[in-house]
Write a protein of this length. Sequence first.
Length: 405
Amino acid sequence: MSAAYQTLANPPNIMSLYLQMQQRDQAMAGFNSGLALIAANHSPPSMRQAIMESANAGQEDAGQTVGNLMSLHSAMTQQGALQDMLTHASDYDTKLGLPPGTSRDMILAGKGPDLISKMEPTDTQRNIQFQHDAFIKGGGSEEDWQKNYLPMIITGGIPGMTPDMKSMNVARTQWLADPANAGKPTPGYLTDVGKWGFYSKNLDTARGSFNGMNQALGEFIDHAGDIAADPELAAITGSPGNKFKAEHALSGTAANDLVAKMKQLGADAKAMSSRGGPKGVDQNLATLGANPEGFTDFSVSHYGEDQIAPKVRTALVAQANAYGAAGRLSEMPHYLDQYLDPMYQRGGDLDPGGPTKAFTLSKDPNLKQPTPADIDTFKHNLEHFGPKRALAQLKADGIDTSSLE
């Protein structure tokens, strides 16, 4: 019978059985019809119809037969599952802490599936197991977990535990679970609730303002680079006499348009400084917008070196810190690595954890890898003309820029 059940449990075997039975029925029907025709030919007309009807009487359709077999198989399977649950009923009592015989009574009453479901782990239990595994992989001990962390998680905290303590515990578990943090020292804000309060507030501010901040800083750097590369710049800067010329540049001329761009850049810097931002960003924005009149100081000897470069450098630092404060180092272009504040770098007080942006060196044999001299030239161009022009110059020189993007 067990072998027969296995056969019936296999859909292709069932189809084969159905076809065989259908062929059998067709053969039997043909044979019976032949006998009936012979008998009918030798019978009175009044008997012929009755003979033909009786030839096929009592035959069961093959599909119905298979259906009956499937119903029988289903019933036997259910009976087998019931018997298996009854066999382990005492184990269920022990596991669930029930009085002896309770599980057997529930199974016989048709509540076996409900009983089994009670032994399945809940979402909370699965989450606790995940946190346990992450804690151990992060270097924690089983004793520390059982003594300090598990009671806190199960009870939702210990007496006197603040919301900051609870959220810090969750954040620490997630930080330790990230493979990218393996071997890294745990930041102080994940062990000191005072630092955590500052960090979490800083993180919320940084995440909420990141997109607008990153776009504004990127546009500022690009516009500053446009001014530095403008061929009219030398004509209106470089001496006190040229300052007078710039102030009286005729409307509609290229010089007048350049002066307007300088004034707009100063206004943009002042507007950004009023936005504030997370730590490492707000201070740089304040510096950037502290002297908007400096953008139209045409008397400096080297406008690009004395005006553009310091301000672009400040904006690059602010942009790098915006990525770090928002925990988005995996998205930050590598040309900003050198401008990221140490507090957001590996092991820093505000290290957000996680990976940095991945890159793959080009396999194009025609491209060269940048040398230290190439990197120095790139940095100079980056701070004077912005990343678009600096990267474009390297590419024009046949240098692979993947490690900088």
